[in-house]
Design a protein around this ligand. Sequence first.
Ligand SMILES: Nc1ncnc2c1ncn2[C@@H]1O[C@H](COP(=O)(O)OP(=O)(O)OP(=O)(O)O)[C@@H](O)[C@H]1O
Length: 477
Amino acid sequence: MTADTDTDTPAAATILVAEDDRAIRFSLACSLKAEGYRVLEAGDGAEALARIAADRPDAVLLDLKMPVKDGFAVLEALGPALAELPVIVITAYGGSSAAIEAMRHGAYDYLTKPFDLDEVQLTLKRALRQRELASEVKALRARSIGEPDEEKEAEAGTEPDLVGRSPAMRAVFKAIGLAAATDAAVLIVGESGTGKELVAAALHRHSNRGGGPFIRVNCGALPEGLVESELFGHERGAFTGADRQKPGRFERAAGGTIFLDEVAELPASAQAKLLRVLQQREFERVGGTETLRSDARVIAATHRDLPAEVAAGRFREDLFYRLDVVRIVIPPLRDRPEDIVPLAEHILRRVERRHGWGGLSLSPEALATIKERPWPGNVRQLENALARAAIAARGRPILPEHLDAGGRPEPALAAAAAEPADDSDPMPLRALLAEVERAAIERALRACHGNRTKTAERLGISRRQLFEKIKEYDLSP
Ligand SMILES: Nc1ncnc2c1ncn2[C@@H]1O[C@H](COP(=O)(O)OP(=O)(O)OP(=O)(O)O)[C@@H](O)[C@H]1O
């Protein structure tokens, strides 16, 4: 070993620990000192800013929830200075919003509580290395700092959080935060039910288009003859039945985001038109001559291997490259077993909220079972299994056999409905009815191959009612 910079710990580095919880601050400070760092401490956000200005630390560990000024306010106040000062944010364990927002505000990385001190050390080392590199690059280029970030604070926290503690999901949260700060096209790749739509929605919400529309198009569910008119709109008389002009989804997504789900299913002619929108931002309505411009941000998703689709000649290569500017890969649930338990907890709380229920829980045996299963249908399958198990368990802790009610819901529902309720076990009638309704709609949609007009007829409800139910029960294909 030669100079300091070659050792594992850049020994002279000064680290600011900004954390209001004394115990955590103390343990962090001790562990950092033991590694040879110089440590500064701050108990709130204002003090943190003052110490940064006065003592110029090399890196900051920043708790998000602090009195006087919280972590976001500190990140905002630092603004462009974050290009040279790595800030590692500490968030409470749980959802993704805080992590995504922290990354969007320019944090270098984030750690969730309860954190592991080794993880802190590793992240810090990486941050300090990157800082060194950044200052070398800066010295080489001798360029000035960029324009201040004028993005508005996005409204976070109203929509469901993305749950995940696995390294893979943490990487996804980071990628969302980074992509949210740009307008680049994003391609989300993952098996069915892994959360691609949720990721797209989070990306939109955290971007500076969060106040604009988020328009989802399921490219696989649109009949081939209607794809172009759905995406780009049509003029009156463009085809039989086009009795008035209709704006397409690109027009409706103005100022916001268009999410092209199952993009690999787009027919060739629509692929060509989409390419033009991505290249030139221009398109025409079907049957129209006026050229319209679109400023919508494009996020696409697929469960297919898109390069293989390109190789097979089914997907345009030039379009693939236009969509694949930023790629976010969501691994299947079986490859991130650490996420199963937090997801199950999150899903049970959601089932409780949805049905006005309380106290749902998993027995230790059921917990072991869900951890073991491969969940080929990913989070959606876990969600369905738990929703049905909750009904079948009728207020008692969920047992493994309740989970097996998940394959076909009807018998479990029938059993749950037939069994007399006792006093300690109140009948979840609303939930039961909702589940029966959901199963009936799902069955009818399947029988009608997704055709909503036929499904509505078969169920004896209006198309509008059907749309509302599909939305309520998240049944869109
Ligand atoms: N990380 C997560 N945290 C919380 N809920 C999740 C997560 N991932 C998926 N879900 C839930 O699982 C269900 C399926 O997610 P979503 O519809 O986003 O998947 P998808 O990948 O778009 O599926 P498909 O390819 O079939 O359209 C949704 O109800 C969603 O809320």
